[in-house]
Design a protein around this ligand. Structure first.
Ligand code: DAH
Length: 360
């Protein structure tokens, strides 16, 4: 059994000398693995006489156990050392303050677009879209705005450049969202109930005008959709949007080439010490244009004006935002001044909900 004690010393030494867990595992395989040195010795037991085996068996088993225990102890030691080394290099001071990261805000235009969409969705209106670069035909002609009509000049239209040799009328940056009415009727037909929010463009710049701004168009066509439905819908919308029950609206006869009859809608307001208040007082503020869709517009879009009728309206989203949130200058909306965005922006976690004044 002398060679066993030599073997034991040798393996204990190797176990001790293993530099890491991988090396230790290699030592374990060579010593105690199936074909390991100790296992081979165990196999020799079979060739011994029963007497020899009685002596050698327990000794070998004890050796095996001793080596196994040594490996377990060493493994734990190595793991502890590895952890200690990691902790020494990778420590984190959890008491340090975090790096401040400013959360962005939702722009008032996005917020109001969402609010408007939520309110109209509740009344059964879906959202439709159209292109911002629009043909002259959809932007004007299809809406019954003839080439010589003053609206073409009033809209301060941006025209796209036409390549030399092309004699098509130039496309325009749409001056309003109304062309979406025709596109939607052509594509989806009737009956319909949609709103179409989006960017529009006019060459104009002062405190209440920017060359790009936002409108939302509304369109509802059915067999018997009437001016009364228009009035109810807009009153319901204003009540929900401005979160005021006693909102006063005034329908004023007006003219748009694409509606007949046409009405502009004013909302009751007051200017107390320079502060605008919606829903009270004796002043009126124009907020939108509307009317019954002109039969010519329906016909152009392939809808039979003798069988179908309905209303349309268009309002400025930026304007709604200025009124509701008391923002004085439209130009600041698009200057990307972070101070302005932090002041007037909305938390992304605080979405628009259905207001008490809704149709609920
Ligand atoms: N498109 C008009 C504008 O930009 C607004 C408008 C008025 C839209 C009456 C409508 C409407 O749908 O019926 O000034």
């Amino acid at each position: 059994m002398d060679d066993l004690s030599e073997l034991k010393t040798r393996w204990l030494h190797k176990i001790d000398a293993a530099a890491d867990e991988t090396a230790l595992e290699a030592v374990r395989v060579v010593a105690l693995g199936k074909k390991g040195e100790v296992s081979l010795k165990m196999r020799e037991l079979g060739k011994m006489t029963p007497e020899e085996r009685q002596v050698a068996g327990p000794v070998l088993n004890a050796l095996k156990k001793e080596l196994n225990d040594a490996i377990i102890v060493r493994r734990k030691g190595l793991a502890d050392a590895a952890l200690a080394a990691r902790l020494a290099t990778e420590w984190v001071d959890v008491s340090l303050p975090g790096r401040p990261r400013r959360a962005g805000t939702i722009h008032p235009v996005s917020r109001v677009t969402e609010e408007v969409t939520v309110i109209f969705a509740d009344m059964g209106f879906a959202v439709a879209e159209g292109p911002q670069i629009e043909t002259d035909w959809y932007n004007f002609d299809a809406l019954n705005i003839a080439p010589e009509h003053p609206a073409r000049q009033e809209h301060d239209t941006f025209y796209m450049k036409v390549p030399g040799g092309d004699d098509h009328a130039p496309s325009v940056l749409r001056t309003h969202t109304s062309p979406v009415q025709v596109r939607h009727l052509e594509g989806q037909g009737v009956p319909c109930r949609i709103i179409a929010p989006g960017r529009v463009y006019r060459a104009d710049y002062d405190q209440t005008h920017t060359p790009m701004f936002h409108q939302v168009e509304g369109l509802a066509i059915g067999k018997d959709v009437s001016m009364a439905n228009l009035k109810w819908t807009l009153e319901e919308f204003c009540r929900a949007f401005f979160e005021a029950d006693g909102i006063g609206l005034r329908f004023r006869a007006s003219h748009f080439p694409f509606t007949e009859p046409s009405a502009e809608v004013d909302i009751r307001c007051s200017w107390k010490s320079g502060q605008l208040r919606i829903g009270e007082g004796d002043d009126w503020l124009e907020i939108l244009g509307s009317g019954m869709v002109h039969p010519k517009v329906l016909a152009v879009a392939g809808v039979d004006p003798d069988a179908w009728q309905g209303f349309a309206f268009g309002m400025g989203i930026d304007r709604l935002a200025m009124l509701k949130y008391g923002i004085p200058d439209l130009r600041a909306f698009f200057e990307s001044d972070l101070r302005w965005l932090r002041h007037y922006g909305f938390s992304a976690l605080n979405g628009p909900s259905q207001h008490a004044g809704g149709t609920g």
